[in-house]
Design a protein around this ligand. Structure first.
Ligand SMILES: Cc1cc2nc3c(=O)[nH]c(=O)nc-3n(C[C@H](O)[C@H](O)[C@H](O)COP(=O)(O)OP(=O)(O)OC[C@H]3O[C@@H](n4cnc5c(N)ncnc54)[C@H](O)[C@@H]3O)c2cc1C
Length: 471
C-alpha cells in the first residue's frame, strides 16, 4: 500500500471502499478540495470538488484513520498516555488509569441514556464545571435523508437532547471547520476511528491542538449505513422512504437491558403516519450480529476501546448487569483530570461507580473483539487474495489464524455486509423483495455456520474425553 505515491484520500481510500466518512479530511483540506456526501448506499464518503492538489500537501491522507501509515493507536496512545503516573495497559484495551462500572444518578441521564447515561453526564459536567465552552456530540435532526448529525452545544441542558447511541452515519467536517475558525475550548465525542482522525489532525494543526481539550470515545464493534435504520423501520411495518425520526436505544422495564428497542417515526408531509418500536430479539439481532449494512472499513478496524480517547464509554454486557433494564456503563479512564472528576462526583453522589476488573471489561466486549481482532487476519488474507487494497493496521495484535470451519463464516459475513447494502437498494427498500433477493446468501451463510459447528465437534469430544480421563 505504501509503495505507491497516492495523491489524495479519494484516490487511495474512497476508491478502495475504505472511507469511514468521518469528514476530518474535508475539514482540514487547506484548498477546500473535499466535501462529504452520502453515496447511493447511504454511507458518507469524501468527494473531490476542487482543483488538483499540490503534490506537497497530502494532509487528507495524513489525518485519515484508514490511510495514515506512520501512526497507529499504539504510537498515538504511547505519546498521549504512557508517561501518566499509574497508567496501565493491556493489548486489548490500550492504556487505562482506571476501569469503572456504574451509572449517573442525575435524573434523566440513565433513563434516556444508551446504557448508564455516563457519556451524557460527562459532556454535561464538562460544560457545568467550565472545563470546556462547547461539546461536539450527535443530535437527531428530523431532516429527511439525514436523521442525525454532529452539533456543537454550549448549554448543559442541550446535551441531553443528544443522548443515546446513533448507529447511523454522521460526519465531523462542519464541527471541525467551526473549531478551526472559532476560538474556544472544545470536547468531542466519537467512535474509535473518529477519535484517531482527531488525534492525527491535532498533531498537525496547532489550532486544533490548542482548542480540543478532551476527546471522548465510544466503544465500537461496527458502524452502519443509513440502510440499517431503514431496514428496521420496514421490519416494524413502516415505509423507509417516509422515515423522519429514529431512536436507537429504547429501554423497556419488562425486558433486560440487552433487549433494547429501536423506534421509527414515518411521516408523509407534516402528518404523522406511522410509529413503531422493534426490539433486539424481534429481528434486529441477526441483522446486527451478521453485519448487514456494516461499512467495509469496519472490517479493517482493530480498535474497539477508542484507545486514543481520554475516556471510553461502553455497555456493561456482563450477565450480572445486562439483565437490569435500566442499563449500566463501563468506563475506561485515561485522563487524570477526568479521573479526578469521576472520583469527586462519586463522593458527591451524582455518580454510582465501582471499580471493575479489566478482565471483566474485556469479557464484556469479547464478541466484538473476536470479530475485530480474532478474524482480522482472515479478512486481510481474503482482501489480498481478491487484489483489494488493505489499510495498514496492527495485524500483530490479531490472532494468528481462525479455524478451518470458521473461515467460511468470516467470508460469508463479509459478503453479507457488502451485498446487503446493494440488494437493499436494488429491492427499492421493500422488505419482501429484499428477503427474496438475499435468500441465496443466507443459505450459504447457514451452511457455513453448520460446517463450522460440525467441524468443531471432534475437538469438543477430545476436550471432554481429556476432562473425563483426568477425573
Ligand atoms: C456505532 C456504535 C457502535 C457501538 N458498539 C458498541 C459495542 O460494540 N459495545 C459496547 O459496549 N458499546 C458500543 N457502543 C457504545 C454504546 O452504544 C453506548 O453509546 C455507550 O455505552 C455510552 O452509553 P451512555 O449511556 O453512557 O451514553 P449516553 O448518555 O446515551 O450518551 C451517548 C453520547 O454519545 C453520542 N453519540 C451517540 N452516537 C454517536 C456516534 N455515532 N458518533 C459520535 N457520538 C455519538 C451522543 O451524542 C451522546 O452524547 C457503540 C456505539 C455506537 C454509536
Amino acid at each position: 500500500m505504501s509503495v505507491r505515491n497516492w495523491d489524495d484520500v479519494c484516490e487511495k481510500v474512497v476508491v478502495n471502499n475504505l472511507c469511514i466518512g468521518c469528514g476530518l479530511c474535508a475539514s482540514i483540506c487547506p484548498h477546500n478540495n473535499l466535501r462529504i456526501e452520502f453515496n447511493e448506499l447511504g454511507e458518507y464518503i469524501a468527494l473531490k470538488q476542487g482543483e488538483k492538489c499540490p503534490d506537497s500537501c497530502k494532509l487528507c491522507l495524513k489525518v485519515c484513520p484508514f490511510a495514515a501509515e506512520d501512526q497507529d493507536e499504539d504510537t498515538l496512545g504511547n505519546e498521549l498516555f504512557s508517561n501518566v503516573s499509574g497508567m496501565k495497559h493491556t493489548p486489548e484495551t490500550g492504556y487505562y488509569l482506571d476501569s469503572l462500572i456504574g451509572y449517573s444518578t442525575i435524573g434523566g441521564h440513565r433513563e434516556n441514556g444508551a446504557s448508564g447515561g455516563m457519556a451524557t453526564w460527562m459532556l454535561e459536567t464538562l460544560l457545568k464545571e467550565n472545563m470546556v465552552d462547547y461539546v461536539a456530540c450527535v443530535s437527531p435532526t428530523q431532516e429527511a435523508g439525514r436523521l442525525f448529525k454532529y452539533v456543537l452545544v454550549s448549554e448543559p441542558e442541550q446535551v441531553r437532547s443528544c443522548s443515546r447511541s446513533c448507529y447511523y452515519p454522521v460526519e465531523m467536517s462542519e464541527v471541525i471547520k467551526h473549531i478551526l475558525s472559532n476560538e474556544g475550548r472544545y470536547a468531542i465525542i466519537g467512535l474509535p476511528c473518529f477519535c484517531k482522525a482527531i488525534r492525527l489532525a491535532m498533531q498537525l494543526s496547532p489550532k486544533l491542538r490548542g482548542r480540543v481539550k478532551f476527546v471522548l470515545g465510544l466503544t465500537c464493534g461496527q458502524t452502519k449505513s443509513k440502510s440499517f435504520a431503514e431496514y428496521i423501520c420496514a421490519l416494524g411495518g413502516g415505509d423507509p422512504d417516509c422515515l423522519r425520526q429514529f431512536t436507537f436505544r429504547i429501554k423497556d422495564s419488562g425486558r433486560p437491558a440487552a433487549d433494547f428497542g429501536m423506534k421509527s417515526v414515518c411521516r408523509a408531509g407534516t402528518k404523522q403516519v406511522y410509529e413503531n418500536v422493534v426490539f433486539w430479539t424481534e429481528g434486529i439481532a441477526p441483522i446486527w450480529c451478521n453485519r448487514y449494512f456494516t461499512l467495509n472499513s469496519c472490517n479493517f478496524c482493530d480498535d474497539l476501546f477508542a484507545e486514543v480517547a481520554d475516556v471510553c464509554f461502553m455497555d456493561a454486557w456482563l450477565p450480572e448487569y445486562s439483565s437490569d433494564w435500566r442499563g449500566h456503563s463501563i468506563v475506561l479512564v485515561r485522563s487524570e483530570r477526568l479521573w479526578s472528576l469521576f472520583k469527586s462526583s462519586v463522593e458527591e453522589g451524582s455518580l454510582f461507580l465501582k471499580n471493575s476488573n479489566i478482565r471483566d471489561v474485556i469479557l464484556s466486549q469479547q464478541g466484538g473483539l473476536n470479530i475485530k481482532r480474532g478474524e482480522m487476519r482472515e479478512r486481510y488474507h481474503l482482501a489480498k487474495k481478491a487484489g483489494q487494497l488493505v489499510p495498514k493496521k496492527r495485524i500483530h495484535l490479531c490472532h494468528s489464524r481462525v479455524s478451518f470451519g470458521r473461515k467460511r463464516v468470516v467470508k460469508m459475513t463479509w459478503i453479507i455486509s457488502e451485498k446487503s447494502g446493494k440488494e437493499w437498494i436494488l429491492a427499492k427498500k421493500q422488505l419482501p423483495d429484499f428477503h427474496t433477493r438475499f435468500e441465496p446468501y443466507i443459505i450459504h451463510f447457514r451452511r457455513a455456520e453448520l460446517f463450522d459447528r460440525v467441524s468443531r465437534v471432534p475437538k469438543g469430544i477430545v476436550r471432554r474425553l481429556r476432562r473425563v480421563l483426568r477425573v
